[in-house]
Design a protein around this ligand. Structure first.
Ligand code: KIV
Length: 271
């Protein structure tokens, strides 16, 4: 059966065209129900981030996240999206061991997971890998600034690009990503003036997290934004809900009603 004309989701090309236009909304999701929520809320992009390691798996870093896990969670999210572009995060070392290996790994996200693009954290020489993916038909989102997979080299989760030397280097990396064919770039935890400088210097959209308001879009981690217990409440996060409190209250009510016998009622049973 032909699939021509069936694609309802946004594409990397649509996202790229939004440069300088209506701000892009990006959210992370890790399963079917969070994907349904993000899509219904009008997200333009949904990222199966390797923040999975922190907010779903309970690790301190994103380093233990595997490609199999990202592929699996991408497949769950894929079933919940009708509108948003689905991006898989390439985990630690899955794009560092040569072009063939990177293509194989990224390809799994599309073939098995249903992603339409991959994201990768910048590493020196990264433009070659982005070019190879682009040539193979795999759209790439770059990631600059705080790149959590390099946490052991960076020495902690702190703002990047504060010195003029670091800022100039990051600007150069952004241009390399653009030249190599990336369709957008995540800017994480950098000074807002640098984010603005990068945003104005390149023709692809920037999506900020802890990078101020002068980017082409914003991304937040689902669990942080909604105040889940595993989310972080750092300065760059705005918590739109206290899910921990709301959900705990509901769960406690269930426990109380089970103890008191108020649940189940007549209406929850069968004759
Ligand atoms: O892993 C992730 O969720 C991310 C976003 C914070 C951009 O990289």
């Amino acid at each position: 059966m032909s699939t021509v004309g069936k694609q309802k989701r946004l594409t990397a090309v649509d996202i790229r065209k939004r440069k300088g236009g209506e701000k892009l909304v990006c959210l992370t999701a890790y399963d079917y129900s969070s994907a349904l929520l993000c899509d219904a809320a009008g997200a333009d992009l949904v990222l199966v981030g390797d923040s999975l390691g922190n907010v779903v798996q309970g690790h301190d870093t994103t380093i233990p996240v595997t490609l199999d896990q990202i592929v699996y969670h991408t497949s769950l999210v894929s079933r919940g999206l009708n509108h948003a572009l689905l991006v898989s995060d390439l985990p630690f070392l899955t794009f560092s061991l040569g072009e063939a290996e990177t293509l194989r790994n990224a390809g799994r996200c599309l073939v098995e997971g249903g992603a339409q693009a991959v994201k990768l954290e910048w590493q020196p020489g990264g433009e070659k890998v982005v070019r190879a993916l682009y040539n193979a038909g795999i759209p790439v989102m770059g990631h600059l600034g705080l790149t959590p997979q390099a946490i052991h080299r960076l020495g902690g989760f702190r703002v990047q690009g504060r010195s003029e030397e670091q800022a100039a280097a990051m600007l150069d990396e952004a241009k390399k990503l653009e030249d190599a064919g990336a369709f957008s770039i995540v800017l994480e935890l950098i000074p807002r003036t640098l984010a603005q400088r990068i945003t104005e210097a390149i023709s692809i959209p920037t999506i900020g997290i802890g990078a101020g308001a002068h980017t082409d879009g914003q991304v937040l981690v689902f669990h942080d934004l909604l105040g889940f217990p595993s989310g972080v409440n750092a300065r760059h996060v705005k918590q739109y809900l206290n899910a921990t409190e709301l959900l705990t209250d509901a769960l406690k009510l269930f426990a109380d009603e089970t103890h008191s016998g108020d649940f189940p009622g007549e209406e929850h049973g069968f004759k």
